[in-house]
Design a protein around this ligand. Sequence first.
Ligand code: BMA
Length: 848
Amino acid sequence: MTSTLYLHDNWRFSAANEIDWHNATVPGCIHTDLQANGLIPDPFYGTHEGSIQWIDKQDWLYETAFDVPQEVLNESQIEIVFEGLDTYAEVFLNDTLILSADNMFRTWRAEVKRFLKSRSNRLHIRFRSPIQEDLPKLERLGYGLPATNDQSERGGLGDKKLSVFSRKAPYHYGWDWGPRLVTSGIWRPVKLEAWSQARITDVYIHQSSVTLEHAVLEANIDIDSEVDGLALLQLHVEGRVIERQVTLRRGMQTYTIPVDIPDPRLWWPRGYGEANLYTFRARVLIAETVIASRTLRTGLRDIQLVQTNDDMGTSFYFQVNGVPVFAKGANHIPNDSFITEVDEERYRHEIVTAAESNMNMLRVWGGGVYEDDCFYNLCDEYGIMVWQDFMFACSMYPGDEAFLRNVEQEAKDNVRRLRNHPCIVLWCGNNEIDTAWAQYDEQGGWGWKQQYTSTQRAEIWSAYEAIFHRLLPDVVARLAPGAAYWPSSPMQALTGDINQHAKNDSTRGDIHYWGVWHAVEPFSNYNVYLGRFMSEYGFQSFPELRTVRSYASEADMELESDVMKWHQRSGDGNRLIKEYMDIYLPKPKDFPAFLTMSQVLQAEAIQTAIEAHRRKKPYCMGSLYWQINDCWPVASWSSMDYFGRWKALQYYAKRSFRDIAISFEEDDEHIAVQIISDGRENLAATLHVQLFQFDGQRIREHTTQVHVEANRVMTAFSLNKNDWTTGCSLPEIVLVATLENQGHTLDQKCHYFTPVKELRLDKATITVRPVNPDNGMTFLVETNVFAKSVMLTASVEGVFSDNYFDLVPGLTKTVTFLRREPGDTALQPAQPGLITASSMCDWTAIAQ
Ligand code: BMA
């Protein structure tokens, strides 16, 4: 049996040109080690990032000493395995060079038996500066490649964009929400693997056909053997054992065992059924002794990316087990600039947040990393589908043979590692490169190709095609046959002509719509520019005051301070937030109120988008906003900040993504109350539509029985605005629609007759009382006059079941507090400590 010895202890590090050694943490990285030793300040505080740009210009040494137990040494094969080395590294064992690494996304292995001794082995790694390493590559190429988000100037490199030459997380070099912190280090586990006779190196469960009645699978079992001879191969699943006599040969071999599972418990995305999982175990026995074993978990499901012509264009949706699924979710970036800081609890919090927010998909965006196994395990468990980009974003890449081979190996390593996860529904080549280069549209794109000679252009595009149109799809087809591959997001289709590139009004493919925000278009344009699958759109906000305090002092608390600008990486970001706020919301009374209102502004924008997309189902079948998380405390498009604190948007998204949701569609004369169902069953429900004055007086109401059809959008009621509001003061009324099923509220939504900015908000007194004083986890929230965006804050870290909601006098709201303190493994009901409540009137001049 393979025995594993992790080598995570006794590490120390030093700058290559110094003699001082300091304690190191493995897995980890140079920045966190320097900080832990007090050699650099907190990189996220203030403008510190600027003063630590020297770190990536020099080489770093890491070393440890370790003993090897006799039983490990007795094995005939011993390999050292690095699951991740960031990035250019030479590894020496007892002074012998055992491997050279040049790609942080690959797994590196070397046979080491002959170099090992039982005591005091010295493992020594030299990390070469990624900057010094890649400068000559730029020189050799003779021209720079576009890399819009590479903050080379901040790194003291002028316009020399080096990120494209290294196979290293693109966001390390900076992004429009992230700092430039170019790390080095042993970023994933390092271990010895020892075995004799044979070992199972991989098991892949290929799902040939999965239906409600039957799953037809093949288990492909890779075996590495050092012996020739008879063996028994077993596959265990659900108490069954399938056995095969095999004749092992020295070297690598693959055996395929067909498996038929009747009445399979299928894996479903959240909202559609249980995310059922199966555990498979493969074993090799020689003379009735188990000599190798490997366990894996997968879910059985049929996934299709359906792209068929229809009278509106060409569809783009995921069909899971025969059911068309509207994808609801967000884009994911790495949870930290120092990815080794992300522990299981932080991953869990993100995935629980997604599931709690009624999402069913996250897109692992191509400027980050192929995520940790833990991320995908959680997505498998919570029924969160994953759109998986390969790690290429907003840049053009070299196409030399060495680079291509390196990328190929990286793709193989990661497709192999991840292909058993039922959550992965799509492999996507890159983020926004097709649209940015726009090969077939001379005027189109981001102005990149126009900077090059025709020879250079041809060379750059041919590298693009080699990677994204040949190499990556080939690897996916070979290693994960049947899995969908999409060359670039966004794109219309691989047509090889001008129709390839996405447009804001494409009727096929996916769309990143950034007219709202980057092009300062009105929120209402979310209703206009939507297509078959909205894989990106977004709006920025600030994190809450507690989070801002983690990087700014009281003196920095103004929009234009150096520190607030430093923690804003989108050129005009702060100005845009302010401009949009002037348009849509009343004036905040001070800086803390401005931070809060920026969150409400963002949430109102994205709510408009999500609901517009969902109302257009089945024309549109996906809505992934940009972005769920942050990698440091910053102003950004995230719905949850670096510390996992939910912004207003997270709560709004939770409401807008409800499986059965109310949404209003308005024209000059009418308001239609629409009901969107992602449910798999029809439902009898009651819709109450009520019109209230802000003082709580009900002016009109209408009740109707609704037959909510499964997986559809319907107009349940339409009212004439004039008829309903004659004699009313429009800035002082609110329309409330409530959908109920057997006494249970499925959704409740408010709608206004003027923009929020014009609402006449009065000072509201909000009371919060525990429903059951003994357990103190659930509360009733009430108000005396209408309150917009009621914000509850607790003195304990956590989130509420709902927050930033509008509250009408007489309509009480019940909320539960979910705690997230250190040590908690997931959000769970708990006492919140002291709760305070405020609402928009408190954050504006009205309060004065
Ligand atoms: C999208 C992303 C990112 C970027 C975001 C905000 O296009 O793909 O590159 O961070 O926009 O500008």
